[in-house]
Design a protein around this ligand. Structure first.
Ligand SMILES: NC(=O)c1ccc[n+]([C@@H]2O[C@H](COP(=O)([O-])OP(=O)(O)OC[C@H]3O[C@@H](n4cnc5c(N)ncnc54)[C@H](OP(=O)(O)O)[C@@H]3O)[C@@H](O)[C@H]2O)c1
Length: 264
């Protein structure tokens, strides 16, 4: 695969690192205007750093756009004359609709939208993908790329806002739950470092149990809630104080807010 990442910032470089460690390309172009800070990447075989987006597009088949939303339109205008029938365009830009991309480059192009999260930096992103009609023929390429950087699923474009709340904002929600558990553990006598480790690893273990078994969370809860025991005592106290309800309300509030910022 000849890949170009247009906009090698936080997200672009996380994707680049994942592609480099898994040796997933024949050539990889990384672009940004000020290239000094990413020049080191040229030390990797087959990686080229440039500020020339058109050169990157001419020499690649898969184009991953990771610039800020305000920069996207101008960049598409800049490169559109370099596009040929093989190019697959993968946008990571939050809130930038497929129709807006098609309006500039044409609906005959293979266009995929992706919504990764910050866990992409450690190869654990939950990434949602959607495409235009033609893009359905090439969406497997985007799946292959993002499955190297975590897990991906294909969704309808009108669910991208909801996916942003659950997966991108979701990282912050889970962080807060881990922090709260850490605070609880400190109160039970653990030092802060050990407390955080206990919280993080228990979270990872709980999630892994579900991923590997395919079970419903309540089945795993049943296994650890002895009748009249300490787990059900704690769990019911949390629910009396609104644990599930507050999470659901928070998700709804985030979704309401994102719909005032962008529309899908
Ligand atoms: N971070 C995430 O986890 C995440 C998750 C999902 C979606 N996204 C989306 O990903 C996009 C990028 O986010 P980010 O956090 O990675 O932003 P960022 O760190 O600001 O990266 C954007 C990069 O684009 C470069 N750039 C600007 N103008 C350019 C141009 N004309 N040609 C080539 N490169 C150019 C900038 O470098 P120069 O200034 O040197 O050009 C910068 O390095 C956003 O649209 C965001 O909505 C991010």
């Amino acid at each position: 695969m000849k890949i170009a990442i247009i906009g090698a910032g936080n997200l672009g470089l996380s994707i680049a690192k994942g592609l480099i460690v898994t040796n997933a390309f024949t050539t990889l172009y990384l672009t940004k205007r000020k290239t000094e800070d990413i020049q080191d990447y040229e030390e990797y075989a087959k990686v080229k750093v440039t500020s020339d987006n058109r050169e990157a597009v001419q020499n690649s088949d898969i184009l991953i756009f990771a610039v800020q939303p305000t920069q996207m339109e101008r960049i598409l205008e800049e490169i559109k004359d370099e596009l040929h029938e093989k190019h697959v365009l993968i946008s990571t830009i939050t809130g930038f609709k497929i129709a807006a991309i098609e309006a500039i480059v044409g609906e005959q192009r293979f266009i995929v939208r992706s919504m990764p999260n910050t866990a992409i930096a450690v190869g654990k992103s939950m990434t949602c993908l959607c495409s235009n009609e033609n893009g359905k023929k090439r969406i497997a390429i985007a799946e292959a790329i993002f499955n190297r950087l975590g897990t991906s699923i294909i969704i309808a474009e009108n669910k991208m806002q909801a996916a942003t709340v659950i997966c991108a904002s979701g990282v912050a929600f889970w962080m807060r739950l881990i922090r709260a558990t850490t605070q609880g553990a400190v109160q039970l006598g653990f030092d802060a470092k050990d407390a955080q480790q206990l919280a993080m690893q228990t979270c990872l273990g709980a999630s892994s149990l579900l991923i590997e078994s395919g079970k419903h969370p309540e089945e795993e809860i049943d296994k650890v809630t002895t009748p009249r025991g300490c787990t059900i005592e704690g769990l019911n106290e949390m629910e009396h104080n609104g644990l599930s309800s507050s999470l659901i309300k928070g998700i709804q509030a985030s979704f309401k807010k994102i719909n005032t910022i962008t529309t899908d």
